[in-house]
Design a protein around this ligand. Structure first.
Ligand code: AHM
Ligand code: MG
Length: 347
């Protein structure tokens, strides 16, 4: 029989990790990588909260591999993530939205996990105090991209790229941290989805959302509709159908768009609905990056009973050829993503 929980018992992320280890869904080394990531997220949460009073708003003066201007906080958050992963001693290769190429980590002792991340997603929202987030994915350890190949840097880099370019279906773990009115850490290790809310007094993530499930349907759509004019006709038809009240018992879908994937996704996970960033005539593959944005979110949504689609197929089946490759994304409630896909099938 199960022991009754005392009212003074705290279910922290650390205790959850220990239980997952007992269940055999994570091993001790992966648990260390995950705790390091949770620590990085706590540090970024505090930096984001204090940005306006510690001179961390505005541009950092550099641009990233996708040609976007980096904010000061993009650069700092990337450093925080990299340091945390280095200090874990368990990561072999890391790839970040903010780095041109994957990096082989010198301080690895064992483990050699491959970690991909976007340290601060939605950073255009930062200066206005609006939600942002971090996203990460973890692939199985690999020894092929190792610092021992340092005498042949070209070979080392090719191996690192090969190691990082894996389909989302091979992810061992994925998660995100939302920096908003609360700081929420959401994770899957392939055994359901769990959400933890940061308690700044205890200094820990506390289990607040056990076994999260996305509703099968939800009448909220989240797209940057400013791009409507450059969308394909079948996509325009789809959006028009959501707005056509006569189709939906007199009440059309509601539109909600923060412009921060983590925030828009988190709402979709809890309330149901669909988030989309389609390709358009200018950017046929859309904006979001497969490796550290679309694939981790797709693993989470599938583990919660939803779908992550490119419009034409499962995001988790797409094998990246390039580290910063983009892919169209439609993600959320199963019924809503299937309805969107039906417009692609008709096209
Ligand atoms: P970023 O990684 O440079 O922050 O860009 C990703 C963000 C997502 O969080 C968000 O969903 C999307 O870009 C918003 O793009 P847009 O401003 O085109 O709507
Ligand atoms: Mg991003």
């Amino acid at each position: 029989t199960e022991r009754q929980q005392s009212q003074y018992e705290l279910n922290t992320f650390t205790t959850w990790l220990l239980k997952e280890e007992q269940k055999g869904t994570v091993d001790g080394e992966l648990a260390i990588v995950l705790s390091s990531i949770a620590l990085a997220c706590k540090q970024i949460a505090s930096l984001v909260t204090r940005a306006g009073i510690s001179n961390l708003t505005g541009l950092g003066g550099l641009s990233n591999s996708s040609g976007e201007d980096q904010k000061k906080l993009d650069i700092v958050s990337n450093e925080v993530f990299c340091n945390a992963l280095r200090n874990s001693g368990k990561t072999g290769v890391i790839a970040s939205e903010e780095e041109d190429l994957p990096v082989a980590v010198e301080e690895t002792y064992s483990g050699n996990y491959v970690v991909v991340f976007d340290p601060l997603d939605g950073s255009s929202n930062i200066d206005a105090g609006i939600s942002t987030g971090s996203i990460f994915g973890i692939y199985a350890p690999s020894d092929e991209c190792s610092i021992d190949d340092m005498d042949d840097p070209e070979k080392m880099m090719q191996n690192c790229i090969l190691n990082v370019c894996q389909p989302g279906s091979s992810l061992l773990a994925a998660g995100y941290c939302l920096y908003s009115s609360s700081t929420v850490f959401v994770i899957t290790v392939g055994d359901g989805v769990y959400g933890f809310t940061y308690d700044s007094i205890v200094g820990e993530f506390i289990l607040s959302h056990p076994d999260m499930k996305v509703p099968d349907k939800g009448k909220i759509y989240s797209f940057n509709e400013g791009n409507y004019g450059s969308w394909a006709p079948h996509l325009q038809d789809y959006i028009n159908s959501l707005k056509d009240a006569s189709k939906w018992d007199g009440k059309p879908y509601s539109s909600r768009y923060i412009g921060s994937l983590v925030g828009d996704f988190h709402r979709t996970l809890l309330y149901g609905g669909i988030y989309g960033y389609p390709g358009d005539s200018k950017n046929p593959t859309g904006k979001l990056r497969l490796l550290y944005e679309c694939a981790p979110m797709s693993l989470i949504v599938e583990q919660a009973g939803g779908l992550g689609s490119t419009g034409e197929g499962r995001v988790l089946d797409v094998c990246p050829e390039k580290v910063h490759q983009r892919v169209p994304l439609f993600i959320g409630s199963k019924g809503e993503v299937e309805y969107l896909e039906s417009f692609y099938k008709k096209a």
